[in-house]
Design a protein around this ligand. Structure first.
Ligand SMILES: Nc1ncnc2c1ncn2[C@@H]1O[C@H](COP(=O)(O)OP(=O)(O)O)[C@@H](O)[C@H]1O
Ligand SMILES: O=C(O)C1=C[C@@H](OP(=O)(O)O)[C@@H](O)[C@H](O)C1
Ligand SMILES: [Mg+2]
Length: 172
């Protein structure tokens, strides 16, 4: 199957690692957060602030269901994509889904280095640890492959993803 989708917590590296995986395969890279920003003409954080979390999830679902994903592409949806059963069903049918399983300390450090962003369900969960506990069964449910990332550079993580993909594609 000539598409890959990266899923995982915000800050786990879906966009950065996904882009490197795409480059190494000579494939296109598509970040659905960027698609939403381009369609709406606002930064993602601003959109979440404007419409609220439930409406953002509806916009994200609509995007996952409507975008035409080309052949030979790596897709990086937002970390909240797993809240859309129909969106994930579509991605699982048209791509190999890779869960970037990053330790929470790494997630926290990566998020801290970035501009503020709305993380869906974080306020309700109370902490990143509690949010991960809620999301983990969903990430695992939709993943064809789980790649554990531990204090490696994005380049090394991309190599790990590619090695596991090669093995998965060989068997499936
Ligand atoms: N393995 C890594 N090593 C160092 N920095 C990383 C790594 N993965 C991601 N980052 C950094 O963390 C931030 C969030 O990464 P990003 O790819 O946007 O995550 P996601 O798309 O999963 O939210 C970026 O600044 C990125 O450069
Ligand atoms: O996990 C989340 O709740 C979110 C993750 C973000 O994308 P990244 O996972 O690419 O950071 C973005 O879609 C939005 O801020 C919500
Ligand atoms: Mg991203």
């Amino acid at each position: 199957m000539s598409r890959v989708t990266m899923i995982g917590m915000p800050g786990s590296g879906k966009s950065v690692v996904g882009r490197i995986v795409a480059e190494r395969l000579g494939w296109q890279f598509l970040d659905t957060d960027k698609v939403i920003e381009a369609r709406r003409g606002v930064a993602l954080q601003e959109l979440i602030d404007q419409v609220g979390e439930p409406a953002f999830l509806a916009i994200e679902e609509e995007t996952l269901l409507e975008v035409e994903f080309p052949d030979s592409c790596v897709i990086a949806p937002g970390g909240s994509a797993i809240y859309s059963g129909s969106g994930m069903q579509r991605l699982a049918e048209l791509s190999t889904v890779v869960f970037l399983d990053a330790p929470i300390a790494e997630v926290r450090a990566h998020i801290a280095g970035q501009a503020p962003r709305g993380i869906i369900g974080l306020v309700e969960a109370g902490s990143l640890e509690a949010l991960l506990a809620v999301r983990l069964p969903l990430y695992r449910r939709w993943a064809h492959l789980c790649v554990s990332c531990c204090e490696a550079t994005a380049e090394v993580e991309a190599d790990q993803v590619l090695a596991q993909l090669a093995s998965y594609w060989h068997k499936n």
